[in-house]
Design a protein around this ligand. Structure first.
Ligand code: C2E
Ligand code: CA
Ligand code: CA
Length: 268
């Protein structure tokens, strides 16, 4: 009921505030889940997306829709991102030490973080301190309508790109995606939102439209990832539309990152 929902959101807020104030890169309440990504060209899983969860006493596992908007509103989000980045680096290092092949893990950042003066430095410091190569981490960003956001996004990408960090444009097809702007950004991978995967199944006209977007990006040398691939029909259709990477429940739901090993190949 409403009172219960209110008390839960109070607890979430208190914990977010406490995580922010402690600023501990190993805070145990912040959990890294991830989804393995299928490479259609190599036929293996060698990349993944990190997805944040909170584990809060008396509340349990909390999903992004219940805390990301709040963390953004009160400016706690960058602290959470740093923790996810740190823990992801630790996991990559551990998996590689055990012989697993992992090309990179992509991490979601919120657009407001890009305006922080410390953003690039924080990323660089955390990756360096963990002793993994920069190219093992990728950054997922979502486009917004705002010109100021776009300029910050461009500046950050240009700054970090020299280190071989890859950039993914998240949620293409929702909102205000603007070809002219995107083509001007040095992005590596375009993530087609699940709504486009669904749209392409609707009828021939829709499929033609989504397929045409994918052709344009392919010609402009971007790699394409389709999100929300749930069954074989989706898979075949996306492969038909120039998919280099596929992600969705067909392969795996989000899992704790230590379970990613079950999807990776081992170096021989
Ligand atoms: P997103 O970046 O678009 O992440 C993909 C979401 O789609 C995930 O939800 C994932 O569980 C879900 N999904 C994956 N495959 C399928 C599928 O086949 N079918 C359906 N119906 N859904 C699928 P999740 O984990 O709840 O994350 C939701 C959103 O929360 C993310 O959307 C992202 O915007 C945000 N988020 C997650 N982790 C972080 C983070 O560390 N930092 C920030 N800033 N945002 C995050
Ligand atoms: Ca994402
Ligand atoms: Ca997405």
């Amino acid at each position: 009921d409403m009172l219960q929902a209110y008390l839960t959101s109070q607890k979430i807020y208190q914990n977010l505030k406490d995580i922010y104030e402690k600023d501990d890169l190993n805070d145990p309440r912040v959990k890294v889940f991830c989804q393995p990504v299928w490479n259609t060209k190599t036929g293996v899983f060698s990349t993944a997306e990190a997805l944040m969860r909170l584990e809060i006493p008396e509340v349990g596992l909390v999903f992004p829709d219940q805390f990301i908007p709040m963390a953004e509103r009160y400016d706690f989000i960058h602290t959470l991102s740093k923790i996810i980045l740190n823990k992801t680096c630790q996991n990559i290092k551990q998996m590689e030490a055990e012989g697993y092949v992992i090309d990179r893990v992509s991490i979601n950042f919120s657009v407001q973080e890009l305006h922080m003066d410390c953003f690039c430095e924080d990323i660089i410091t955390i990756i360096k301190d963990n002793g993994i190569p920069f190219h093992k981490i990728a950054i997922e960003l979502t486009e917004t309508r705002n010109e100021k956001d776009f300029l910050s996004m461009k500046a950050v990408i240009e700054h970090l790109q020299d280190l071989n960090i890859k950039f993914y444009l998240d949620d293409f097809g929702t909102g205000y995606s603007n070809f002219e702007r995107i083509i001007g950004l040095p992005i590596d991978i375009i993530k087609f939102d699940r709504s486009l995967t669904i749209l392409a199944s609707k009828n021939d006209e829709s499929k033609f439209m989504v397929g045409s977007f994918s052709e344009i990006f392919k010609k402009a040398d971007y790699q394409i990832l389709f999100e929300g691939v749930e069954d074989e029909h989706d898979e075949l259709q996306c492969i038909d539309m120039n998919a280099q990477y596929l992600q969705g429940y067909k392969y795996s739901k989000p899992i704790p990152i230590d379970q990613l090993k079950g999807f990776l190949t081992k170096a021989s």
